[in-house]
Design a protein around this ligand. Structure first.
Ligand SMILES: *Cc1c(COP(=O)(O)O)cnc(C)c1O
Length: 354
């Protein structure tokens, strides 16, 4: 694929690592290409970062046809830049696209876009401990009509934001509220697709949890409100009586790449890992019997996020004395070790840039 490059005349000052938050600062350029039914994907280009213009009837603004991905570029101690399992993101984006009737992108073209873009912006990958360049590919329907149908025109873009360390003050376990009213997704719906609408539907519960002093909610399944699904926008895992249990991918759960990587590491190390239905009832019993040893969320942003407290209605349970557990810490050290190149990559997870 040919990618045209138009460089900015006004490169911005790189931010100080101490001021980095999440997704507030963007790099000098962005990638854009358009899709039409007749031409397929065309006009692939990297241009100066800036606002985009849309027809007021554009599909995405009315019917929410939008999907996205999230991955990071990491700077190693030797100065080189690398990605973590990027082909997994490209494949997942295509699965999301299929669900929302958006056009898919050829896998090799997807890799070429990531390679070309990150290579051009590599000075934006920060070097301080725990920092990275967050990459946000996204794809949306852009027909200029209010008619409802599978889209004929779409746009794919890639933007990037240098982000700070998720754990500047150390890894502190979070307090989570079990949500039994709102649901995030249902089987047959879009739960397994990384689409913007899922987030719009999650916001109310997240906001209510925050008002009560909790950082996120534990989602239950949308049919029976009986089985554990995810925590906030992360997958969730538990250590119960020495074994690892994580909800199986039934269609309403997002297939996380961090989740998959945690499972692979744990199995390699001899842990028994169950991907199965896990009911709230079973979880409550394990809590009461003192058998719930660890609980953590996992996703690209935090890698792992230990859960120190779970609240269900008016009852509050503490997990592992509110401290990070051994398995959670080990997963954090292993995955971040590979991502930042401190540990040898024995699994083919690393994609070097340049
Ligand atoms: C992105 C996401 C995850 C985590 O996926 P990773 O590939 O590990 O970053 C989990 N749940 C939801 C709802 C997500 O959107």
């Amino acid at each position: 694929m040919e990618i045209k490059i138009v460089k900015t005349d006004h490169p911005a000052q790189k931010p100080d690592a101490a001021t980095l938050g999440f997704g507030k600062i963007f790099t000098d350029h962005m990638f854009v290409m358009e899709y039409s039914h007749e031409q397929g994907w065309h006009d692939a280009r990297i241009v100066p970062f800036g606002n985009i213009s849309l027809h007021p009837a554009s599909t995405v603004l009315h019917y929410g046809s939008e999907i996205f991905e999230g991955l990071k570029a990491y700077r190693r101690a030797d100065g080189k830049v690398q990605l973590f399992r990027p082909m997994e993101n490209i494949r997942r984006m295509n699965n999301s696209a299929e669900r929302l009737c958006l056009p898919q992108i050829n896998e090799e073209d997807g890799m070429q876009i990531l390679d070309t873009f990150v290579s051009l912006e590599q000075d934006w990958v920060p070097a301080a401990e725990g920092t990275s360049l967050y990459l946000r590919p996204f794809l949306f329907g852009n027909d200029e009509t209010l008619g409802v149908h599978a889209v004929h025109n779409a746009v794919f873009m890639l933007i990037a934001s240098p982000v700070g360390s998720y754990y500047k003050e150390g890894i502190n376990p979070v307090k989570i509220m079990i949500e039994d009213e709102d649901v995030r997704a249902v089987r047959g719906g879009t739960g397994y697709a990384k689409c913007g609408g899922n987030y719009a539907a999650s916001n109310r519960a997240g906001q209510r949890a925050e008002e009560k002093g909790y950082s996120q909610v534990l989602w239950l399944d949308g049919v029976e409100r009986k089985y554990i699904e995810e925590v906030g926008a992360m997958n969730v895992m538990f250590k119960i009586d020495g074994e690892i249990v994580t909800p199986k991918l039934t269609g309403s759960i997002l297939p996380g790449i961090t989740r998959k990587s945690c499972i692979e590491v744990l199995k390699e190390e001899g842990y028994t890992v169950h991907e199965r239905l896990l009911s709230l009832e079973e979880l409550e019993k394990a809590l009461r019997d003192g058998k719930l040893e660890e609980a953590w969320g996992c996703g690209t942003a935090a890698v792992v996020s230990p859960i120190g407290e779970l609240r269900y209605r008016d009852e509050v349970f503490t997990i592992n004395n509110g401290e990070i557990g051994e398995v959670t810490q080990h997963l954090y050290d292993t995955l971040t070790g590979v991502q930042w190149g401190k540990i040898a990559d024995t699994r083919g997870w690393i994609h070097p840039i340049g």
